[in-house]
Design a binder for this molecule. Structure first.
Ligand code: GCU
Length: 595
């Protein structure tokens, strides 16, 4: 169960760390060879006066690089590297480095507001991490975009503590994503690192679910308590509504309570009214609060609904990237992309292709922007491999348990452009859709799929459709194939599974002008947006669109003269300069033609 850390006081470990590249992946074995003693345990090798001259532990000791030390590196005397950061943006010499990078820093126990138990939390490390504290191995994590924690209560020592993280950002054929993607592989401790201290028994996480009926709003609160059951019950409170209730055991690992409220007393969350309430859960002296919007999402008959009202999803897709910062966004960067999203007139955004920083969903809650969130099960994943399936579930679980109180999150997407003719994929992905619903059945499950061109026109022919609440369709008519208005030939089924055009668009280099026939010009891209948006407006089964993409982003396979390492399908370039297509989309949304 993810630790709900955001609302808690914590000790930030962000700032200057030491980092050393280990491109040949030798430093670990190097010390293993030197330190294996006769019974094979890691031990220090004595020097002439019997003191440890060199040991595996020595790379964890700040004194490791004594003058007479023969070690070839000391991770306490490496390159100064800010955390969080993407190392290739932080240090140009590492711009294309893919491999092992050893990070280290020390902290003093007195810096921690220490309670009974202390956890070390990483917001995200791309792609694998292995962590030691004071020479003790805490564990490892795989997945570049979701948070993970280790309990360090029994590893803390008085005074100085030495933290070491081995980051590996190589791309793996059995990874999620695997080694082939259309985005840049920014290695690093890309999000914040913090120490969270809690009582012996504490509220690990809690989840708020809203169910609407004619004149009532039921707010269900489930809480997960970690540590010995020291108190009879937990309590949940919604102070603004003046209600409080004890939570009782649900017969599994949860404590639950339901607030049955009069609809007239509750201000429901919606994009037009992003009302948030403080929900507070207490257990035996421990208390944690979160800001939650009460709303219900549903889908069917070609519609997506919020609180029972059909809503047209006026969206845009975006990666998590900032020129010069990679994936290590600050709150100002989050606010900038919401300025563009609001300027476009959006009420919806697709956070592609992996979990973005949790600040995005928290800001979307405040701004009234519905979100599509996803894990990077992208292109040719080997879905039949059981270890990959376990990693898949792990990443889904880490995302959902992080953001399940975010009213803005309306859709969980389980995959992007996977082969709908692959039997294994068609067996495994429905299982993943079920797994998502086991974790959270209050949101819509989707995936970005393809349409097929047939003699009858364009048809949705993906067996996954029946397992989805909403089908995402990635189509590039007018760019990769066909004409931009070909979607008008889509076999529209107004009563069918609602469709979101989860990708459409084309490339343009900002400032490159010509006619609408000249590929890579702003005029060519703008013409695609005009035709594609009109086609979407004309198709009843299309409940929304999130054109690809808000801003140009780094993509190693995009190397022609207009791209030079960037995917240029943004309606804004990487410097924030708007292209003509930005205004075409903005005018379309303002016109109200998408309904
Ligand atoms: C693909 C893919 C995106 C990619 C885009 C493109 O469909 O989902 O990740 O960037 O199309 O071709 O630009």
């Amino acid at each position: 169960m993810q630790l709900l850390a955001y609302p808690r006081e914590s000790t930030a470990l962000d700032g200057e760390w030491q980092a050393i590249p280990d491109q040949y992946e030798m430093f670990r074995d190097y010390f293993d060879d030197f330190v294996e003693d006769e019974d094979g345990d890691s031990a220090a090798l004595p020097d002439e006066d019997g003191q440890p001259a060199l040991s595996f532990e020595s790379i964890y000791e700040p004194s490791a690089s004594g003058d007479d030390d023969i070690t070839d590196f000391n991770i306490y005397d490496g390159y100064s590297m800010r955390v969080p950061s993407s190392w290739g943006e932080e240090m140009p010499e590492f711009r294309h480095f893919e491999g092992w990078m050893w990070f280290a820093r020390t902290f003093d126990r007195d810096e921690i507001e220490e309670d009974d138990r202390t956890f070390l939390r990483f917001g995200a490390v791309n792609y694998k991490a292995e962590v030691w504290l004071n020479g003790e191995r805490l564990g490892e994590h795989e997945g570049g975009y979701t948070p993970f924690t280790f309990e360090i209560t029994d590893h803390l020592q008085d005074g100085e503590n030495a933290l070491v993280v081995r980051v590996d950002n190589k791309r793996y054929e059995d990874g999620i994503p695997n080694e082939s993607t259309d985005w840049f592989n920014f290695g690093g401790i890309n999000r914040s690192v913090e120490l969270v201290s809690v009582p012996e028994s504490y509220v690990r996480n809690f989840k708020v679910e809203t169910t609407l009926s004619d004149d009532a709003v039921d707010v269900d609160v489930s809480a997960w308590i970690d540590g010995g059951a020291t108190a009879d019950a937990a309590t949940a409170e919604i102070p603004e509504l003046g209600v409080e209730s004890e939570l009782s055991s649900a017969g599994d690992d949860r404590l639950t309570a339901t607030f049955s409220l009069s609809a007239s007393d509750v201000d429901l969350w919606s994009p037009s009214n992003p009302k948030l309430y403080t929900v507070r859960v207490e257990y035996d002296g421990d208390a944690v609060e979160d800001r939650v919007g009460f709303r219900e999402v549903s889908a069917g008959g070609g519609e997506v609904r919020v609180n029972g009202e059909s809503i047209a999803l006026r969206g845009i897709a975006l990666h998590e990237e900032v020129a010069g910062k990679g994936r290590a966004l600050g709150i100002d960067d989050v606010r900038t992309r919401f300025q563009w999203i609001n300027e476009l007139g959006c009420n919806f955004a697709r956070l592609a292709h992996y979990p973005h920083t949790e600040e995005m969903a928290r800001t979307a809650d405040e701004e009234g922007i519905l979100l599509w969130e996803e894990v990077p099960a992208y292109w040719d994943i080997n879905f039949g491999d059981e270890e990959i399936q376990e990693l898949y579930r792990q990443q889904l679980r880490e995302l959902i348990q992080r953001d399940w109180n975010r009213a803005s999150v309306a859709l969980w997407s389980i995959a992007n452009e996977t082969d709908h003719n692959d039997e294994t994929r068609n067996e495994v992905l429905p299982q993943m859709a079920d797994y998502v619903r086991d974790l959270d059945d209050t949101r819509l499950v989707t995936a970005a799929c393809f349409v097929d061109e047939t003699d009858d026109g364009l048809v949705l022919n993906d067996p996954l459709e029946e397992h989805l609440d909403v089908v995402g369709v990635n189509e590039y008519f007018g760019w990769y194939y066909g004409d931009a208005d070909d979607m008008k030939h889509f076999r529209d089924d107004p009563e069918g599974t609602p469709i979101v055009i989860s990708e459409t668009g084309g490339g343009a280099k900002w400032g490159n002008h010509g006619t609408e026939e000249d590929r890579w010009t702003e005029e060519f891209q703008a013409a695609i947006y005009r035709d594609q948006t009109e086609a979407a407006a004309a198709t009843e089964q299309i409940a929304g669109i999130s054109p690809w993409i808000l801003f140009d982003f780094r993509a190693p396979m995009r190397q022609n003269e207009y791209q030079r390492g960037y995917n240029r399908k943004g309606v804004v370039d990487q410097h924030g300069r708007k292209k003509q297509a930005f205004h075409v989309l903005r005018e379309f949304y303002e016109s109200g033609r998408l309904e």
